[in-house]
Design a binder for this molecule. Sequence first.
Ligand SMILES: O=C(O)C(=O)C[C@]1(C(=O)O)C=C[C@@H](O)C=C1
Length: 94
Amino acid sequence: MTEVLDRTGARTEDAAQVITGARERIDALDDRIIGLIQERMAVSAVIQESRIASGGRRVSLAREMDVLSHYRDALGRPGTALAMTVLELCRGRV
Ligand SMILES: O=C(O)C(=O)C[C@]1(C(=O)O)C=C[C@@H](O)C=C1
């Protein structure tokens, strides 16, 4: 019991089982989220390389405003911070 309590913070075996199962789902979801971010990074790189090869700039601020709004509309204010992190992963620091 002490080990279960240490691992999950639960005070009963039942709660520890619920938490352990839910954490497995979260780990699987995080794997998918990370995979989607990596896929997004690859697609973003195609856009940036194409724009730079055509003589343009890496960054498109107008498009970034649209991306920020998209996340904020869906997730509220923390969505903006998340979008900024996603954009940094995709185009580096500006
Ligand atoms: O949509 C673009 O034009 C992109 O270059 C992609 C992207 C993005 O990752 O969403 C990356 C850099 C730009 O500043 C804007 C958006």
